[in-house]
Write a protein that binds this ligand. Structure first.
Ligand SMILES: Nc1ncnc2c1ncn2[C@@H]1O[C@H](COP(=O)(O)OP(=O)(O)OP(=O)(O)O)[C@@H](O)[C@H]1O
Length: 718
């Protein structure tokens, strides 16, 4: 990145932010700046810090420090190869030396945060029985502890072993209600769901806007997640280009992601784009849920290689993975192996095979270690019985997972627990802690509204079927109603019958024509949940942008077309004011109906349920509209439903607007519009007319408010 672009205060602010993503929770020394921690100067991080003991001395820049001091642990300031020798000399511990020399060394100029978790037990409730009324609690993570440092941290295990659950609990994405014990800490700060706003999480299924190109999707992420105070438009464009280069997406940068109807980029490119959406913020802590699932071997390899490259900048990359090939496994720094929700190995990845061989399992010469571990957990490989540490299978209930038991008794486990204890003890007194900044959105409300609305409009323009269908339907029905009721005469009985019939037809069309509103929030529900919970934008921003982008092209414009065509074809009152009020009434009918559809859309997740739910109130409203049933003759305990009927308010307003001041005649009879409305119990005064309009407006406001609340209440936990 050219220094000319990111110069001055902006660059300084950004550099500080990237290096100190977790600064609010760090010790003062850490907050004083990179130099205080030796960051910026090259030092080496040894991955097997679990092999060190408190009191052992490490060295950095000529100064010695306690290798297991809180600061050293929390920043991974362990030892260089040279320091390892010093350490051995100082501590006189030959074992350390020999073990340390076996370990590979990893160099980070700016190490990211360390994640620790202790005694995590997580339960889910499962419903049972024919009617699913009973619920039982099931432990899916049992007493899981570990330390994950900057580098590649893989969580492996057979299907259903709890990989994704562990990742989600660590990332603060799993419902905290299920956590029975334990806690997760990132740099000495207990993780809450706030972590969702400040960390990066790549979900398994790529959740991207299909109608936008790779570059547009990345720019969307940059616009919302990079603060406008720190990054100018140009900076963001440079950042997007940088991520495109880093991920090798140059060839498909301007290709659309693709939808169910539009072929777009390949699966691997989509996955890289998903990773890019998160890399835009230069996160120091990145979570990925099964990043290689569904990809061919080469693409999977290139993705993990890319992650490994990123981790060498000091990022802490934590992901779940099912059964990687050997070339991928080789890239892991740290491995956590799970079986039935329990840890069966946690430590340096390259030492896992040795660990299991010590337990009596034999890994064939050309066997892939990942397959070897899964075979062990599945019981396809059994331990050699005469091995001194061979796992003894017990039929007792407590020993159902002997591998987990073996791990809990191992030195590896006690070292991890010892280090966790050290960290706990080193936690600062809460009074000394700086006040924790509440993670907040990177961009202000109005900016988010502009960016999200732009995307919504772009999406509608590139996927205009709904808008075209809505317009075509309105034109078709407008002409149809106009032809059926062409130039309604003022002679009785047609004058009254045709007018009321035409109005009923129009209202039906306005209400049922808006059934498509139920798709508004359902079609993008997954995208909304992902983006909202990852801190892209506020719920209110999404709601407003979606509602306005839908209302203007799909609901308001077609209504004016629909109102104009039949109004003049039917020969209704030839007055400008009457036509204007007719259009206003039709718009309010449409808006109140569509708001009800939005409410249903925000409340349920499937089209089938939504269609069934929306049809019911519409039919009830039609029955209680006053056209099909005489409301005054209805059972009193049922007739209150008329107060909630869009049909009733709409029909009344249209009737008052048309009939008031009109005279209808036949050979022997003369009826005024007022006489007719008196007979129908319609209040035709000006106040009476506006009462109907206000009621429609009220229904719209209440439904909109409830839809927003429903959207806000959507379960975002995994
Ligand atoms: N919210 C939930 N409600 C009910 N059961 C759940 C929930 N989350 C996880 N589980 C259950 O917990 C177990 C572990 O699930 P998890 O997805 O973590 O496994 P996994 O190792 O990632 O599996 P896979 O490799 O198949 O994705 C499974 O049996 C799953 O059904």
């Amino acid at each position: 990145m050219s220094s000319s672009v990111f110069s001055g205060r902006r660059a300084a602010r950004r550099a500080a932010r990237n290096a100190y993503c977790w600064r609010v929770s760090q010790p003062r020394a850490a907050r004083r700046g990179p130099r205080a921690l030796g960051v910026g100067r090259q030092f080496t991080v040894q991955r097997s810090a679990e092999l060190l003991k408190p009191g052992d001395l490490g060295r950095f820049s000529g100064r010695h420090f306690d290798a297991l001091s809180p600061l050293a642990l929390s920043r991974n300031l362990n030892v260089t190869k040279q320091a390892t020798k010093d350490l051995t000399m100082h501590s006189g511990n030959k074992d350390h030396h020999s073990i340390c020399e076996e370990d590979e060394m990893t160099c980070f100029s700016i190490p990211g945060p360390t994640v620790t978790f202790q005694n995590l037990t997580y339960c889910v409730r499962e419903t049972t029985g024919v009617f699913q009324w009973k619920s039982v609690e099931r432990e899916i993570l049992k007493n899981v502890s570990g330390i994950m440092r900057p580098g590649i941290n893989a969580i492996m295990g057979p299907t259903g072993s709890g990989k994704t659950s562990l990742l989600d609990v660590i990332a603060g994405r799993k419902d905290p209600k299920g956590l029975r014990s334990g806690h997760v800490m990132v740099e000495n700060t207990v993780v809450t769901s706030d972590l969702r706003l400040s960390s990066s999480y790549v979900v398994q299924e790529d959740i991207l806007m299909g109608t936008l190109t790779v570059r547009e999707n990345l720019a969307f992420s940059a616009n919302l997640r990079l603060s406008p105070q720190e990054y100018s438009h140009r900076d963001k464009a440079v950042k997007v280009n940088q991520v495109i280069q880093e991920l090798g997406l140059q060839d498909c940068a301007d290709t659309k992601i693709g939808t169910a109807f539009l072929r777009g980029v390949s699966g691997g490119e989509k996955k890289r784009c998903s990773i890019g959406m998160e890399l835009i913020t230069s996160p120091s802590l990145l979570f990925l849920d099964e990043p290689t699932t569904g990809l061919d071997a080469n693409t999977a390899n290139s993705i993990v290689t890319l992650l490994q490259k990123l981790s060498r900048d000091g990022k802490n990359i934590i992901f779940s993975i099912h059964q990687p090939r050997y070339s991928i496994f080789q890239l892991f720094d740290h491995l956590t192996l799970l079986n039935q929700g329990q840890v069966i190995y946690a430590g340096v990845a390259s030492k896992a095979v040795d660990y299991f061989e010590d337990l009596g399992y034999k890994c064939e010469q050309f066997n892939n270690p990942a397959d070897f571990f899964l075979d062990i957990t599945n019981g396809a490989i059994t331990p050699v019985v005469n091995s001194p540490n061979a796992v003894t299978l017990s039929s007792s209930v407590e020993d159902r997972n002997p591998l987990a038991l073996q791990y809990q008794q191992s030195q590896l486990h006690s070292q991890v627990m010892e280090q966790l204890k050290q960290l706990e003890n080193s936690l600062m007194d809460p009074r000394d802690k700086p006040a924790r900044e509440k993670p907040c959105y990177a961009t202000p409300f109005h900016y988010q509204l502009m960016v999200v609305s732009k995307r919504t409009v772009k999406n509608i323009l590139r996927n205009p079927q709904t808008s075209y269908a809505q317009l075509a339907l309105n034109i078709f029905f407008g002409i149809l109603v106009g032809l059926i009721y062409y130039q309604i005469p003022h002679t009785l009985p047609e004058a009254l019958q045709n007018r009321t019939g035409a109005f009923f037809f129009l209202v039906i069309n306005m209400v049922f024509g808006n059934l498509s509103g139920v798709e508004l929030f359902i079609s993008e529900r997954v995208l909304f949940i992902h983006e909202n919970s990852s801190g892209y934008y506020r719920t209110s921003v999404y709601f407003l942008s979606k509602v306005f982008a839908d209302l203007i092209p799909n609901r308001i414009l077609p209504v004016f077309v629909f109102s104009a065509i039949p109004y003049f074809m039917m020969g209704l009152k030839p007055e400008v004011e009457a036509f204007f009020l007719f259009c206003v009434t039709m718009s309010l009918i449409s808006l109140s109906a569509v708001s009800l559809a939005f409410l249903v859309s925000a409340s349920v997740g499937s089209f089938g349920v939504a269609n069934a739910l929306i049809a019911l109130p519409f039919v009830f409203m039609m029955v209680f509209g006053g056209f099909l049933v005489n409301l005054s003759s209805m059972l009193s305990w049922l007739s209150w439903l008329k107060w909630a009927s869009i049909f009733r308010y709409g029909l009344n307003a249209l009737t008052i607007n048309e009939m008031k001041g009109q005279v209808f005649t036949s050979n022997y009879t003369r009826i005024t519009g007022e006489m007719y409305m008196d007979q129908q119990d319609i209040d035709y005064s000006t106040v009476g007319f506006w009462q109907n309009e206000v009621a429609l407006f009220g229904i719209m406001c209440v439904c909109m408010l409830l839809s927003y609340m429903q959207l806000w209440r959507i379960n975002r936990w995994k």
